[in-house]
Write a protein that binds this ligand. Structure first.
Ligand code: UD1
Length: 372
């Protein structure tokens, strides 16, 4: 059986690792499985793509479609065209797509229209905010895929509410698999905390990259919030997504980060795990980082008006602070004051996301795709 995994953006490389390792494990047990990775080329910088393939020991893409950046319609359209050709060439028995990016939607649409069974990893997440491109990608992808792999009970409930329950199953979260697989290696090999000259537990870690965060209206206020957070801490480390670096150049050209706010290039997965685990607090607009912080026991403040990961909030690991500077700062103060025992958060996270078996369950279901 030939399984084609379609990926393209940074968080998908992390999710792919969990499935690839499970395929390799099945093959080692004698299963007749072949994995072909198709990279759309949505993310193309070495620091956004290559480093993840190396660190996570991912199979090299058999095809890189080189689609690159562009407005949504153009980017997704180019992917569809190239994927149709690529899938014809690869002729897989089944396609797997991951998460909620334009690469996810294009992979699902191309496959289903060619009559190839397609499964969605991380199905059923909803922010109920239709202004997020990722929300549109999720809803559309879930409704066209043949099999939906829900990471949490809430995600499964969302799918049932959209009458997709019959095609859905709860498998746990592949990002938990990824953290469990890599955290030991991150502790052993990452030099990032030393390189930045910061002490474990002395700094906060921030990321900022969403489309809605990098607009003319939102970006100045969020930078102001991060400056204020930096003043509360020894250091605030902010690895900059290329979209954000560009937005700062365009929208706030004179902006200078104060001394305590340390800007870096995007970091690889192992450095990101090390930074997250060593941080006193995470401040982010990312989805994945809210979970990674929870899994590593680090409290989180989310600079958005909603989250898809309600269990992080219910467990007291995350506060959804909105996007106004004062609200973010208040949430940071509350989290710093309330931060509970990290081991309790970690244990709770494993209960929510499954203890690293999601990839295995997905591969078991995928090998059964003729029955979908
Ligand atoms: C995409 C996903 C988002 C995910 C994020 C992770 C969609 C709609 N969004 O957003 O869900 O959280 O990836 O990073 O698919 N750029 C580079 N080099 C790169 C990649 C991007 O310079 O390797 C720049 C380009 O200027 C580009 C901009 O970043 O225009 C945005 O890239 P794009 O892939 O469109 O979306 P992301 O913001 O990365």
């Amino acid at each position: 059986m030939r399984i084609a995994s379609v990926v393209g953006a940074r968080p998908q490389f992390v999710k792919l690792g969990a499935v690839s390792r499970a395929i390799a494990a099945e093959r080692a047990r004698g299963a007749d499985l072949e994995e072909v990775v198709i990279h759309t080329g949505q993310h193309y910088d070495a620091g956004m793509s290559d480093v993840f393939f190396a660190e996570l020991e991912l199979p090299q893409p058999a095809l890189n479609l080189g689609v690159g950046s562009g407005p949504h319609g153009e980017q997704t359209g180019r992917m569809l065209e190239a994927l149709e050709r690529g899938l014809r060439q690869v002729a897989p028995d089944v396609v797997v797509v991951f998460g909620d990016t334009n690469s996810t939607l294009a992979g699902a649409l191309a496959a289903v229209k060619m009559g190839i069974p397609v499964g969605h990893v991380e199905a059923g997440l909803r922010s109920f905010n239709r202004r997020m491109p990722e929300e549109i990608n999720r809803v559309a992808t879930d409704h066209v895929c043949d099999r939906l792999f829900a990471p949490t009970r809430e995600a499964l409930r969302n799918l049932e509410a959209e009458r997709l329950g019959a095609r859905s199953e709860l498998v746990g979260d592949v990002m938990a698999d990824a953290v469990l697989f890599s955290v030991g290696k991150a502790r052993e090999t990452s030099q990032v905390v030393r390189r930045l000259g910061i002490g474990t537990g002395q700094y906060a870690l921030a990321t900022l990259h969403r489309a809605a965060s990098t607009t003319r209206e939102a970006l100045p206020g969020l930078l102001e919030a991060l400056e204020a957070v930096a003043r509360r801490m020894d250091r605030l480390i902010l690895p900059l997504h290329p979209r954000t670096a560009q937005a700062i150049r365009d929208i706030c050209p004179g902006w200078q980060a104060p001394d305590r706010l340390v800007l870096t290039d995007p970091v690889g997965y192992l450095d990101m795990l090390a930074l997250t685990e060593g941080a006193r607090l995470v401040v982010t607009d990312s989805g994945g980082l809210q979970k990674e912080a929870f899994l590593l026991g680090t409290p989180c403040v989310t600079m958005r008006t909603e989250t898809e990961w309600a269990e992080t909030v219910e467990a007291g690991a995350n506060l959804v602070a909105g996007t106004a500077a004062q609200g973010i700062l208040d949430a940071v103060d509350r989290m710093l004051a309330a931060a509970g025992a990290r081991d309790v958060l970690k244990a709770r996270a494993l209960e929510c996301y499954g203890a690293g078996k999601a990839g295995q369950r997905i591969v078991k279901a995928v090998t059964n795709c003729r029955a979908w």
